[in-house]
Design a protein around this ligand. Structure first.
Ligand code: SDX
Length: 465
């Protein structure tokens, strides 16, 4: 392992040790949860706060302690030792993959990353003028076309032969080998279209794999077009995180950049019944398909109370200007009861374990960073200190996953408009895992509203009103 990536593992283990010291009694043993014996009673607040919508083995969040568990594995262990490929397999299948299972899974991801037809359809829209999440949502719907009408076996070109020169896809920047190996698919494409349109199973595991692999490709293409560049074809030799960065920036990432992006993707992969996961599940519970379900998750995540806080954090840090301006800013914000982006959480009333990892990663090898990034980071550290010192402690308001992630992405040269799409790139794992799990014992979500209106009002014709 590269010596600097080993240092990143050490940072995570140190954060894990601190978290355990602060939140766990020595001999505390956590027992497996038990399935629910319906019907149950629970106290429900506005926004379904406290409501239990289903039972699940996918993941667990302890808001009072600040614990996050995926399928029984502590998030710190997964960040220290695993990869996003392993973690998304774990969320979907319930256990870490064997070497053969991981190889087969990776082969699928490599295959499904090629979305030439989908990108050709997407580029028919003014992507560069669209809201990035709007374009991403459209991309997932267009993916459904590619998946459901193509004959997955015979119709899809082999890896590396899928080049951007065929009549049905958009010109893309291909690695040199792409041109050398280019075969034109004009006839193949026509033949494939003649073939019976096989309606793929748009709500099964293959569709989940397709979305897991394809959402990063679409996100990267949107980012490239917004920068005025062409999309870049995936490189089958690169890992999920490395490919995503390569397709976003056009540069193959360093081992440290790859490792940090991989950890960020692990951290954002699942988080209980958050708004976007619940939205995905509600749509899936009507037996709509997984593409529409993931599209609903993207729509929910585009709301500023759920996604985008890391973009707002950067904006706030720049507005504050420098560490010595923080105290005054916090005082004014507190007086105006202004919500500080990147702080607070519906569930966590303790330090968000994801921020415990992203904070040190944001500050990792800070001495090699440009001055503006150093200033952002120092201002963020002071803001954390001042919020906690003033109202954070008493109101149990701590940094959440969004507080440091914007600095981590900025260090990789990623534009803030792409921060929330990156969240979606990762959360596709949690959305699809929980949808597949819920569909095993599906029941359409249909809560009630307490009617507080009137009855027996007399109808008055229009001319008498
Ligand atoms: C995510 O659900 C998930 O799991 C989401 C997520 C995931 O992984 O899917 O974790 C991702 O959504 C992270 C959160 C990103 N959003 C932000 O950082 C935006 C800023 N945060 C707040 O908008 C707020 O904290 C929420 C929306 C996240 C949670 O709000 P709640 O639970 O509805 O809390 P609340 O509004 O009832 O606040 C309780 C008190 C209030 O004070 P009082 O009225 O009691 O005096 O805490 C205060 C709030 O004013 N408060 C804050 C604050 N958040 C809550 N005060 C200052 N700054 C804040 N950020």
């Amino acid at each position: 392992m590269h010596e600097n990536t080993q240092k990143i593992t050490d940072i995570i283990l140190k954060a894990a040790e601190k978290a355990r010291r602060e939140t766990r009694d020595e001999d505390q043993k956590l027992r497996a949860g038990k399935s629910i014996d319906w019907p149950i009673e629970c106290t429900i607040g506005p926004g379904l706060e406290g409501a239990i919508a289903c039972d699940s083995k996918v993941g667990y969040v302890d808001g009072s302690k600040g614990w996050l568990v995926y399928r029984g594995y502590d998030i710190f262990d997964l960040c220290a030792y695993s990869s996003y490929e392993e973690v998304s397999y774990l969320l979907l299948h319930g256990s870490l993959p064997t070497p053969d299972q991981l190889e087969a899974f990776n082969k699928k991801l490599v295959e499904y990353r090629y979305l030439n037809k989908t990108l050709r359809l997407l580029m028919g829209f003014p992507v560069e003028e669209m809201n990035a999440m709007g374009a991403l949502r459209m991309g997932t719907i267009l993916m459904r076309q590619e998946f459901t009408y193509r004959d997955q076996e015979a119709g899809r070109p082999a890896i590396g032969d899928a080049i951007s020169a065929d009549e049905d896809s958009i010109p893309m920047e291909t690695a040199p080998t792409g041109e050398a190996k280019a075969i034109y698919e004009f006839n193949a494409a026509k033949k494939a279209r003649k073939r019976k349109k096989m309606l793929g199973d748009a709500s099964g595991l293959e569709a989940c794999y397709h979305l897991l692999a394809g959402v990063p490709t679409i996100t990267a293409a949107i980012s490239r077009v917004r920068q005025g560049h062409m999309a870049i074809e995936p490189d089958p030799q690169l890992s999920h995180a490395a490919n995503f960065l390569y397709m976003m920036t056009g540069k193959r990432p360093t081992p440290v950049q790859e490792r940090i992006m991989d950890i960020a993707l692990i951290l954002h992969a699942d988080h209980g019944m958050n708004a976007s996961t619940f939205a995905s599940m509600v749509v899936a519970s009507t037996l709509s398909d997984i593409y529409f379900s993931v599209g609903s998750g993207i729509a929910a995540l585009s709301g500023p109370l759920h996604g985008g806080a890391n973009e707002q954090v950067l904006h706030t840090l720049k507005e504050i200007g420098s560490p010595d301006q923080v105290a005054d800013w916090v005082q004014t914000a507190s007086k105006k009861k202004k919500k500080v982006p990147g702080f607070g959480h519906r569930v966590y009333k303790a330090y968000d374990p994801r921020a415990r990892v992203l904070g040190p990663l944001a500050g990792y090898r800070m001495r090699y960073c440009p001055e503006d990034i150093v200033k952002l980071y120092k201002t963020a550290k002071e803001l954390e200190r001042q919020v906690f010192r003033t109202f954070g402690h008493e109101k149990k308001i701590f940094p959440n996953v969004d507080f440091y992630s914007g600095i981590v992405y900025s260090r990789m040269g990623i534009d803030p408009s792409m921060f929330t799409p990156i969240f979606a790139v990762s959360r596709v794992a949690g959305w699809t895992a929980r949808v597949l799990e819920y569909l095993q014992k599906n029941r359409i979500f249909r809560p009630r509203a307490m009617y507080s209106g009137e009855f027996e009002r007399e109808y008055v014709p229009l001319e008498q009103r």
